[in-house]
Design a protein around this ligand. Structure first.
Ligand code: FES
Ligand SMILES: [Fe+2]
Length: 432
């Protein structure tokens, strides 16, 4: 691997999307040195509850301890390497038991028992790495119930890595009158035949909805225009329609970039701003926060917040998407929903509807995007050009080490993302 300048200001080299060697470096650098979202505390509320996943190609398990603390372990038996927990979630009971030879471990990962332990010389065993039990992930932060890990000793500390971008998570949490969220159900999982970064790029691409989604959102508007004037507008029409907003609308809503590749669209307003009021919600917010603070929380209608490298949060509609790279040309998108504890049930109903209508594998809207990713994957393999263009509202000498705001139709957020990506990739490539 000799190419290290995949990103040259306003263009990305196509190998960043197609090449398995680039993918391998990404996993070993970008993904292990970044803070990655693992799960939400509400998924594992009681002692012994666990959630398993894979991050940066590492099998992991987050498990609630008796003390209430959450530990993250590598889901790998120290004996012969078997993945100890096969289910996505469950409760370990008092201990974890490997299904191969029944070695057991405390929920903290510590080795508890080995069948017929007398057949091991105690000195030999204590000198073996296996005697330490299941390996613990050291860098874990639980930020207001959102659990993040960093799998390398190298990398920025949590607060520096995210900086002010945590304000999006804060706002989503504050939208609960009790300041508490709960993950509801399993995520919708959708496999795409494309590179994971195409999905990330799309989250802040405000110039595509009115074009790519015309056939779905545009049709919803057309159908509704023909409906009887007395009919009550279905929630689906309310959720579909804003996708057809004009370029001027998206430009004026603005976007903000933060250092280290994070950013969000929708600074002054967004497509989530004008949903109809849900009876009782405003009152419960005022009761909890007072009128001024409640207004401040609900006025912050950010559109999509991208957390580098692979998390997207929509605070006003309480959805969260984890973009999971599988290979250079295979990605699984998980769309999770959260309930605002203390808010009327109708809020959750709207969130469920949004996720089903917009993010689901059965959604009409999501397929518009997926088709574009897959067609881009085909097009990029051609000899026609080596580069992908992200020059919209590019300004030579752009700097990404500070927070800044610009027009919502700028591709600055993608450039901010790739500036961070390139920095981490270069550091990794020099070592390889
Ligand atoms: S591999 Fe786990 S007990 Fe043997
Ligand atoms: Fe889209």
């Amino acid at each position: 691997m000799t190419r290290i300048s995949w990103f040259r200001g306003a263009e990305i080299h196509k190998s960043a999307y197609l090449d398995e060697a680039v993918f391998a470096i990404e996993q070993a650098t970008v993904f292990v040195q970044s803070w990655l979202y693992l799960c939400h505390g509400s998924q594992i509320p009681t002692a012994g509850d666990y959630f398993t996943t894979e991050l940066a190609s590492q099998p992991l398990v987050a498990i609630r301890q008796k003390s209430g603390e959450i530990k993250v372990l590598y889901n790998r038996c120290p004996h012969k390497g078997v993945k100890v927990l096969a289910e996505t979630c469950g409760n370990s009971g008092r201990f974890l038991r490997c299904p191969y030879h029944a070695w057991t471990f405390k929920p903290s990962g510590e080795l508890l028992g080995i069948p017929v332990k007398t057949e091991y010389d105690p000195d030999v065993l204590s000198g073996c790495e296996a005697s330490a039990g299941m390996k613990v992930v050291e860098n874990v932060v639980c930020y207001r119930d959102f659990i993040f890990v960093r799998l390398s000793d190298h990398g920025l500390p949590f607060e520096r890595f995210f900086g002010d971008s945590l304000s999006t998570l804060d706002n989503m949490i504050d939208r609960s009158p009790q300041g508490t969220l709960r993950v509801v159900g399993a995520p919708l999982r959708h496999r795409h035949h494309c590179n994971w970064k195409m999905v990330m790029d799309n989250q802040t691409d405000t110039c595509h909805p009115m074009v790519a989604h015309e056939s779905s959102a545009g049709e919803a508007i057309n159908l509704w225009a023909q409906a009887h004037p007395q009919r009550v507008q279905p929630m689906a029409v309310e959720l579909f329609s804003p996708f057809m907003s004009s370029l001027t609308f998206f430009a004026e809503m603005g976007l903000r970039v933060w250092p280290n590749g994070h950013g969000h669209t929708g600074v002054s307003h967004s497509i989530h701003k004008d949903y109809s009021a849900i009876p009782g919600y405003w009152e419960s917010m005022v009761e909890s926060y007072g009128e001024e603070r409640a207004q401040q929380i609900l006025n912050d209608t950010r559109h999509n917040t991208v957390y580098f490298p692979n998390l997207m949060v929509k605070g006003p509609i309480q959805t969260l998407r984890v973009i999971r790279p599988v290979s250079a040309s295979e990605t699984v998108v998980e769309s999770w929903i959260l309930e605002l504890i203390g808010a009327p049930q109708k809020m959750l109903e709207r969130t469920v509807q949004y996720n089903n209508l917009i993010n689901s594998p059965c959604s009409m809207v999501a397929h518009d995007d997926v088709e574009m990713y897959e067609r881009a994957t085909i097009g990029l393999k051609s000899q026609a050009s080596e580069w992908v263009n992200i020059a919209r509202l590019y300004e030579p000498g752009e700097r990404w080490d500070r927070t800044s705001q610009m027009s919502g139709t700028s591709e600055a957020e993608m450039r901010n993302f790739y500036a961070m990506w390139q920095r981490m990739m270069e550091a990794g490539n020099e070592k390889s």
